[in-house]
Design a protein around this ligand. Structure first.
Ligand SMILES: [Zn+2]
Length: 284
């Protein structure tokens, strides 16, 4: 299973020389597995734009591409790349899109709203060319997508919630849990079960331990909370993700050291720590 990071920043794109090492684009990650290789895209933040430019070099450029898109939630930093994703404008390509909502119609309405002429010249999803199939995912729902077994579960996220996804293929497990703001007691037992024993847990690491208390209401995690969750869930790797837009590369470096220290001091010495960087790959 191959993981690649296309956008690792939280909330708003943060381009510039101070963020160039980790990257300034918002959430987008790909998971590839199977023979022939199948593609799952998680979240459609501005990182999706760069992915689209690469995908059109292959079958997606000829209208022969197939992909699955898993949306954690519809905050802008998780959908804003979608109207700029080149493969959706090429007829013949097919995407199956999953996301949190009470019904598939409601989820379609949310994505349709983004195309409204006030916000976008695209006007409607129907002008996009590719075939889009849209499915709502309920809390705890499991489904198959090609070679992938996917389970979604809702985490609290400020005034709303965000789906975490457990993705299993070829005997490997990757968990994506961005935009998670837990109560004092941490994740629910059901959520810890979703994370349990993953080969890699990508977890919300928006804030430093120091900045988190004042920003708690926004519904994100600190690096220390992410480390604690990784230990409780006995994962093999923790992937740091969704860094706050205000943090320059040097501050993220500091967060990586703080996270490593927290792991080492609390029984997580064997957990490998990866800080997601735009463009980088991780093989499970
Ligand atoms: Zn976000």
């Amino acid at each position: 299973m191959k993981i690649q990071f296309w956008g690792v920043r939280g909330s708003i794109p943060a381009p510039g020389p101070e963020t160039a090492a980790y990257g300034g684009n918002t959430s987008c990650v790909t998971v590839r597995a199977g023979k022939p290789e199948e593609l799952v895209i998680i979240d459609a933040g501005t990182g999706l734009y760069g992915l689209g430019r690469q995908l059109v070099q292959g079958p997606f450029g000829k209208g022969e591409g197939r992909g699955t898109v898993l949306l954690s939630h519809a905050h802008w930093d998780h959908i804003q790349g979608f109207p700029f994703f080149a493969p959706v404008f090429i007829p013949g390509n097919r995407f199956t899109i999953y996301g949190p909502s009470r019904s598939s119609g409601m989820l379609e309405g949310i994505l349709e709203g983004q195309m409204n002429p006030h916000f976008s010249p695209i006007y409607t999803l129907k002008n996009m060319g590719a075939q889009l199939e849209i499915h709502a995912v309920g809390d705890g729902q499991a489904f198959r997508s090609g070679s992938f077994k996917v389970t979604g579960r809702l985490n609290p996220h400020g005034t709303t919630s965000a789906l975490a996804y457990r993705i299993e293929a070829q005997g490997r497990t990757f968990v994506y849990a961005s935009d998670a703001g837990y109560p004092d007691e941490g994740p629910t037992p059901e959520m810890l079960e979703l994370y349990a024993d993953a080969d890699a847990l990508l977890h919300d690491c928006t804030y430093t331990e120091e900045d988190w208390p004042a920003r708690r209401a926004r519904g994100f995690s600190s690096v220390v909370q992410a480390a604690d969750v990784a230990i409780r869930a006995r994962v093999a790797r923790l992937v740091m993700f969704h860094y706050d837009q205000d943090y320059a590369d040097a501050q993220v470096d500091g967060m990586v050291s703080a996270c490593r220290r927290r792991l080492d001091e609390n029984g997580g010495e064997r957990i490998e720590l990866v800080a997601a960087r735009e463009g980088e790959e991780l093989e499970l």
